[in-house]
Design a protein around this ligand. Sequence first.
Ligand code: KIV
Ligand code: NA
Length: 264
Amino acid sequence: MAKITTSALLKLKQQGEKITALTAYDASFAKLFADAGVEVLLIGDSLGMVLQGHPDTLPVSTAEIAYHTRCVRAGAPQAFVIADMPFMSYATMEQAFANATPLMQAGANMVKLEGGEFLLPTIKALTERGVPVCGHIGLTPQSVHVFGGFKVQGRDSAAADHILQQAIELEQAGAQLLVVECIPSALAKRISEALRIPVIGIGAGVDTDGQILVMHDLLGISSGYIPKFSKNFLQETGDIKRAISQYISDVKQSAFPGAEHSFN
Ligand code: KIV
Ligand code: NA
């Protein structure tokens, strides 16, 4: 497979082809996912929950994300790799510069930051310095204590308009990709149509430009509960490789997520 770039992802959106993404944390799964045709691999700070067993993503460090980014890059040299910037690692612009550096040097193609307005200057500055940025709005798990739980965002029309406005501003600031998490499907559709850059959804309905899942949820091996928006593809296929292929084809054909995995 040819190396996947930001322009390749943009082209997929322009052609109306859905983008498939999964989290990955190690070389073996990264290779399996990339060989199956998953376009984007995310070293999510979800690793704080699914690998480290914490109740949220807050304890994760930049060094830990860098370590797992090196592992993923080693297994998938051609994949488009996004590394999450962890909690409070981009609270100031200087911190963002300092912490994006080891992630890019570990092999990331892009870093992902959670938030809206306060990030606009940081996104512009990172991009100008050679660090592509993926935004992440809606339910941003690093703010779980502000939200008072992992809750769907943008339910009422004022909140929905605010999230759409954030999306537009992130794109204007230079973000080249956007993740929207746990928002009503209709809002995710509006955002995907309003933006030129690809919008990747999780718990955001079927009308985004692509989908992402935490790999442990896709395989039904997350400790604790599996969120409503996720699906255990291993259960229906009985085989890891077939589970991955099923996920890819369901996303490409807009068969996943269904209404039962989405919010209204
Ligand atoms: O950390 C993560 O896995 C994520 C995805 C759920 C988008 O940010
Ligand atoms: Na994350």
